[in-house]
Design a protein. Sequence first.
Length: 145
Amino acid sequence: MNLRSGRVHWVTIGGVGGVIVVALLLFTGQESATKNATAFMDALARRDAKAIVAVSLVPEGQEERVLQEWQAAFEAAKHYRFRWWFTHESQAGPDQVSVNGRIERNYNPGSSYDESLQVPMKKVDGKWKVDYASLSRQTFPFMPR
């Protein structure tokens, strides 16, 4: 870069502009299945029924009933602890994805072990939703159906 009289080479300006465009595309893109599965599992760990309903596949008009079922499940499983992490996504179709990872149920450092975790996702109206009815019942005790 040669600065003479306040001029900057056009390649420098193009490079900075390109970096900005790429950053915007990466950080303002569509919702991903993994992002919504992470929000679901985070809400499950925090016992946040409203957040679970927001990212779940819930039948139209049944939100209040499902919310109450999740609150009852949290009360029944108030001593259940788990740890989880995701590793990858598996595309089953254009509107179906399984977000895969590992879960340690009844988490206790040193005495628990990790098992396979699959969170089924469906795309509804352009948004990824967790199909919790298809989620393994071993993921969380007393999970509503």
